[in-house]
Ligand binder design. Structure first.
Ligand SMILES: C[S@@+](CC[C@H](N)C(=O)[O-])C[C@H]1O[C@@H](n2cnc3c(N)ncnc32)[C@H](O)[C@@H]1O
Length: 311
């Protein structure tokens, strides 16, 4: 069954994030995470035929939503879909002859479609091969990581990306189990670790464990850092950056780079006391979904939006 945009993914903080771009109808915009196309559609609706929207997604499944997006299979002159990881933003913009952009939106992580697809291995609700790659044509699968990484590397992933306190025990259980037989499926993985979680917290902790592995599989933190660095180079002065995150580590990276220009968040000032950062924060306080959105879309509950302007 072909999913409609609505069943593929419900956009989070839609109005707030697109308003944050302060759209110039004739400007050039980039949505680096097309997904179901919800944010792209909203940005596109605010452009004149002199504006242009480039939308990226590294997952081939997202591309089917271009049709739902309103193109009906026709090529829109001022919309371009780029099936690529957003870490290659600058290369692609160069390819299209774009020197500066007016705004960039990122709605990070995976879409609901990833969790709902029984074959991709993102969810422990289904038994599937442990893959978890958003781009099915590149990178290591989750099974390969469980097989190849040493115990300390695995523990670090679960601790950093899953905030799991018993990360060392989990890593030890994996290393012990894989010595007997490879861990190849989501259920197989669950069987190896479930005794380490208290029954009442099992679902929550399992979700964190799967999230941690997914972040590593897709090299999400490295891609985000490269994206923010590229954004600082290609946004024109006054151009806006609107980023939605779902994980505290991601949010910290976004906040630090927007505030100080570096990942550590170290604020450096020049001789005149001006902060040496390519960005100026537009919202000092993080924006979160209102209670209505949180109630209607549980996925939105961990969302955080930050907006900055290129100096
Ligand atoms: C949260 S969803 C975006 C949903 C979208 N805003 C909407 O309203 O439907 C994130 C999307 O970004 C894609 N994605 C995540 N990381 C990416 C990356 N590094 N490069 C390109 N696409 C990425 C995923 O495949 C997924 O489709």
């Amino acid at each position: 069954m072909v999913k409609t945009v609505e069943t593929y993914h419900v956009p989070v903080l839609l109005r707030e994030s697109v308003d944050g771009l302060n759209i110039d109808p004739n400007g050039i915009y980039v949505d680096v995470t097309f997904g179901g196309g919800g944010h792209s559609k909203e940005i596109f609706s605010r452009l004149s035929n002199k504006g242009h929207l480039y939308s990226f997604d590294q997952d081939a499944d997202a591309e089917q939503n271009i049709y739902e997006f309103g193109t009906n299979g026709n090529k829109l002159k001022n919309f371009t879909f780029v099936r690529s990881n957003f870490r290659y933003l600058l290369n692609w913009m160069r390819y299209y002859g774009v020197e500066q952009i007016d705004g960039l939106l990122g709605d990070l992580g995976v879409s609901s479609h990833h969790f709902d697809d029984e074959q991709r291995g993102f969810s422990f609700r289904f038994d599937a091969p442990l893959d978890m790659r958003m781009n099915k044509r590149a990178g290591k699968t989750a099974a390969a990581i469980l097989h190849e990484y040493d115990e300390e590397q695995l523990a670090n992933i679960f601790y950093l990306y899953g905030e799991l306190k018993n990360s060392r025990k989990i890593a030890a259980a994996i290393v012990n189990s894989r010595a007997k037989a490879p861990i190849l499926t989501t259920k197989g993985f669950q069987n190896v670790v479930e005794s380490l979680f208290k029954r009442e917290r099992e679902k929550k902790e399992m979700a964190k464990l799967f999230q941690a592995l997914r972040i590593e599989v897709n090299q999400e933190m490295a891609a985000l850092k490269e994206l923010l660095n590229s954004a600082s180079k290609i946004l024109k002065p006054g151009g806006r950056l609107s980023i939605i995150t779902y994980h505290s580590l991601e949010d910290r990276i976004v906040k630090n780079i927007m505030k100080s220009g570096n990942i550590e968040g170290k604020v450096e000032q020049d001789f005149f006391g001006r902060i040496n950062s390519p960005f100026k924060l537009i919202n000092n306080k993080v924006i979160v979904p209102n209670s209505n959105e949180q109630e209607n879309n549980p996925r939105s509950r961990s969302a955080k939006l930050r907006i900055a302007e290129k100096k």
